[in-house]
Write a protein that binds this ligand. Structure first.
Ligand code: C5P
Length: 220
């Protein structure tokens, strides 16, 4: 049976960086489920579909083909055959993603793909509902968070490094709004699974968290 580690938590807690390092060290595949939701959101934007236009969101889910492949240790997301990795990290796509991920058809489609993937491959999968819904029998479940200020500061530094004009207060406000939506939606809200191990990365380095996770996994 394939082995799996589930990592859930809010945006900017360091999930993807940590999950990638854990996967590399264990020889597992890293699966970024947020990127799959983002690709579907990009499809809605391209088609001019509003997030609250339920009928059109549902029918768009049938037309949009989201696939992920792993090339040179990087996850590549394809939307109807095109590599969209470079297009899904904008704030516009981020907002649309959090808005459409409340929709049952969206979740059903992507959760199905994620479960299938984990049946045949050893994975470290990160997202919001991995421990609770996608991999309820994961070998190890982690809930990783950090204060909204620390997460905003990390995002601010990333944007400044890319010469993107931005405002720390606004970034923190967006993070708080997105957390609220993700935690209070009816379907698969973000919350710590009962059997997940809690980490706050506000005062821990990426490698400290990574080492702890490996230690926990090996102790399983
Ligand atoms: O992880 P990332 O920030 O890329 O996720 C973007 C959005 O996708 C989240 O804010 C959340 O609304 C949604 N998402 C989700 N379930 C997942 C992964 C992401 O609802 N498993």
């Amino acid at each position: 049976m394939a082995r799996s580690i589930a990592i859930d938590g809010p945006a900017g807690a360091g999930k993807s960086t940590i999950a990638k390092r854990v996967a590399k060290e264990l020889g597992f595949i890293y699966v970024d489920t947020g990127a799959m939701y983002r690709a579907l959101a990009l499809y809605m934007i391209r088609e001019g579909i509003a997030s609250d236009d339920i009928d059109n969101v549902v029918s768009a889910c049938k037309r949009a083909d989201v696939t992920i492949k792993h090339e040179n240790n990087e996850q590549v997301v394809y939307l109807n055959g095109d590599n969209v990795n470079g297009l899904i990290r904008t704030e516009e796509v981020g907002k649309m993603t959090s808005a459409i991920s409340v929709n049952a058809a969206v979740r059903e489609k992507l959760v199905g793909l994620q479960k299938k993937l984990a049946e045949v491959t050893d994975v470290v999968m990160d997202g919001r509902d991995i421990g609770a819904v996608v991999l309820p029998n994961a070998d190890l479940k982690i809930y990783l968070t950090a204060s909204s200020r620390v997460r905003a500061e990390r995002r601010y530094k990333e944007l400044v490094a890319k010469n993107v004009e931005c405002n720390l207060e606004e970034i923190e406000k967006d993070i708080i709004d997105r957390d609220y939506r993700d935690m209070h939606r009816e379907l698969s809200p973000l919350k710590q699974a009962d059997d997940a191990v809690f980490f706050d990365s506000s005062d821990m380095t990426i490698d400290e968290v990574k080492d702890k996770i490996i230690e926990l996994y090996k102790g399983v």
